[in-house]
Structure formats: C-alpha cells, structure tokens
Design a binder for this molecule. Structure first.
Ligand SMILES: Cc1ncc(COP(=O)(O)O)c(C=O)c1O
Length: 372
C-alpha cells in the first residue's frame, strides 16, 4: 500500500467540479485582483472566525511581514518568539528591522513556554510573536497576561491554525493581529499561495488594506512603503468553495487523529502532544515524539509511507541568523524536538485501512528494533 503524506486527490473527487465551475466564472468575469470574489471570501472568514476584519494577502509570510509593519515598532526593538517554528515566524521580525529574542518551548506542547517569557523582557521589548503550532494555539491565558502586564503587543502567527480555538476565541484573534496561510496543504488550502491578516482593530485593518497595495490609499498616492500583496480572485473563489466543507473536514481530521491514538497509545516509544484543556485543536499535522525517529522514517518509506519533519533545524541555529549570537545548546528542548518529532500522514480522504497500515508498520518497526 502507498500512503502519501498529503494529497488533494480526494477533495478533488468530492467537490472539484464546483471549483472548476467557479474558476470558469472568474475567468469569464475578467476580475483577477481585489474585487467581489475577494471581498466575499473575506466576509466569509470574518463570519467563520468572528473577526471584525479579514484582509486577503498573497501568502502567510507576507501577512506576517505586513502585520509587523502595521504595528510601527521602532527599528532595533525586540520581539519575543519561539525558536521552533517555520522560518517566516522569525524572518518577518528581521525583515522589519527588529530583533528576534527566542524563548525555549514547552516539551509537551512544543509551543513557546510562556513561563519563560518574562525573564527575556527588558526596556527594548515591544511585542510577542506567538505561534500556534502542532495542532493547537499557544497558551493565551498566560501570554495575554504577560502582554498586558508589560504593555506588549501580540502578533499571532496562526498560519497553521485555521479553525483552532483558545476557549471561545478563534486562533488569529487571541492577540492584537493574527494571520493565516492558505498554502495548499493547510487545513484551508488554496491551489497556490495565499494568506490573510485578521484583527478586531479598525486602524490596523485599514493600514493593512493600504499596505497590500503598495501603501497607496488613493491610487498613485503612497502613504506608506508597502508591497503588492493581494489574495487573488481565483484563489479567493477556490477558498470560498472549500470553506463550505471546512467544519466537516476538521471533524474528519479529528477522526483520523482518534484512530491513530487508539492504535498507538500503548506503544511506549511514541508520544502524542499534550493538548491544553482550553484548546480546541485541529489536526492539520500530527507530530509525534518517537524513539529512533530517523530509522523509523526510513522503515516507513520502505513500506510506501511518506512522513515529514517539522522542523529539522531550529531558528537560533540558522546560518542567516548567526548575528543574533545564539549557539547550539541554547534551547535544548527545541533542539531535541528537531531530532525526535515525526509528522505522520493526515489528509482529507485518508481511509481507515491506510491509518491501520501506518500504525501496523510503526508497531512492526519497534517490534523488530526491540528484538535486536
Ligand atoms: C507557522 C507558519 N508561519 C508562517 C508560514 C508562512 O506561510 P506561507 O507559506 O503561506 O507564506 C507558515 C507556512 O507554512 C507556517 O507554518
């Protein structure tokens, strides 16, 4: 049996024809940039998340860069973040002329450890860029309190967190400004790049809308130095259709996760992430801590099963951030996770037989390994 890490094949079988019809309509309309399709999709995301404002941009990475630019933090100031995330969570800070200050992660959730944030705060600290990763939001009870106590802004990188919640609050709205990525593999994925900024703050929303058109409120009159970054009409129309199925698909992801847990919970070499009581997770990816990770991955590959590693190298050890002055050993938990987390396949349409097969192969690997 072959089990891919991700495929959109089953979604295409289910509702690809509606998407093709919609694409045809957009092509016939001739409106590809901004316009009604985007407005309607933004409105639908506002309704879905409860956000006052949703602003479509070209990618999650752009959404992060523009969100930080929008906050107007003076150059050289510090932004606290996790060293264990996708590159864009840190690069957006540097691209805005700011200094990332890393805080170690929690070994059970793999997200930033909020208890360690206060010791990194000083007179130069202006914001916390928290990342909602590994199926759940970061701990916003603690992060919000710290931000409040020290008068810091929160930028929420909820690129992977569409549909997740902290209490009653949708991921993306737990801080001052939040973002989504619509990269094709995401829970709500486009057929190309796409992203969004969401916020309840009217001023930030207005500024982001201006920044995404080269900083011009009125055409050819540039108030800010922005960039060209819009979610295009074709992607917005595709995402609108996919949004109709999102609740059902989130449930389907949960069923896949439940089947993995049922099959693997007694395997002592495998550990599932601990979920905060207040979090409503979405199983966008299922990262498990596992023993002999690389050998297991190789074994699964031989059995026709694709897996992935998020993330193989922490941010404080990236060559381009060398000037920040960090070194190996500075964040031992993050570094250890780089060598022990394995992302198992989770995709819409994944059959029970496939999950069973993956689990059986994992069991077989540990059985063989323990015999050696
Ligand atoms: C945590 C995180 N932040 C930011 C991004 C950037 O999003 P995009 O790929 O849409 O630019 C991603 C994308 O994978 C992500 O996982």
């Amino acid at each position: 049996m072959k089990v891919p890490f991700f495929t959109s094949r089953y979604q295409d079988q289910r509702y690809g024809s509606s998407i093709r019809e919609k694409i045809d309509k957009v092509i016939k309309s001739g409106n590809f940039i901004l316009g009604d399709e985007l407005l309607q999709f933004e409105k639908r995301v506002e309704e879905f998340t409860g956000a006052k404002h949703a602003i479509g941009v070209a990618s999650g990475s752009d959404a992060l860069i523009l969100s930080l630019q929008c906050l107007d933090i003076p150059k050289g100031k510090e932004v606290i973040t996790t060293p264990f995330s996708f590159f864009a969570s840190t690069s957006c800070i540097v691209k805005n002329g700011l200094k990332p200050v890393f805080v170690e992660v929690d070994e059970n959730t793999y997200n930033i450890n909020p208890d360690l944030i206060p010791e990194k705060i000083n007179d130069n600290t202006e914001a916390i860029l928290s990342v909602d990763l590994f199926s759940q939001p970061a701990n916003y009870d603690k992060i919000s309190k710290i931000a409040n106590d020290y008068n810091l802004k929160i930028i929420e990188d909820s690129a992977e967190a569409f549909g997740m919640k902290w209490g009653d609050t949708n991921a993306g709205l737990c801080g001052d400004i939040g973002i989504y990525s619509f990269y094709p593999t995401k829970t709500l994925g486009a057929f190309g790049d796409g992203g969004m900024v969401i916020t309840n703050n009217d001023d930030y929303a207005e500024k982001i809308r201006i920044l995404r058109v080269h900083g011009a409120k009125k055409k050819y009159n540039h108030r800010y130095i922005g960039i060209n970054s819009r979610l295009d009409a074709l992607q917005a129309s595709i995402l609108s259709i996919k949004l109709n199925f999102i609740k059902k698909e989130i449930k389907e992801r949960e069923e896949i996760y439940n089947q993995y847990v049922k099959n693997l919970e007694n395997i002592k070499e495998i550990e599932f992430p601990k979920i905060y009581k207040k979090a409503s997770p979405v199983w966008y990816v299922l990262n498990v801590k596992c023993k002999y990770r690389d050998k297991l991955r190789e074994f699964l590959k031989e059995k026709g099963i694709d897996t992935n590693i998020y993330y193989p190298k922490a941010m404080h050890l990236q060559e381009c951030f060398i000037e920040l002055g960090y070194k190996k050993g500075d964040f031992p938990i993050a570094e250890k996770l780089c060598n022990s987390l394995l992302a198992l396949p989770v995709f819409i349409g994944m059959s029970s037989e496939m999950i069973e097969y993956v689990c059986n192969c994992i069991k077989q690997f540990y059985k063989n390994h323990n015999k050696m």
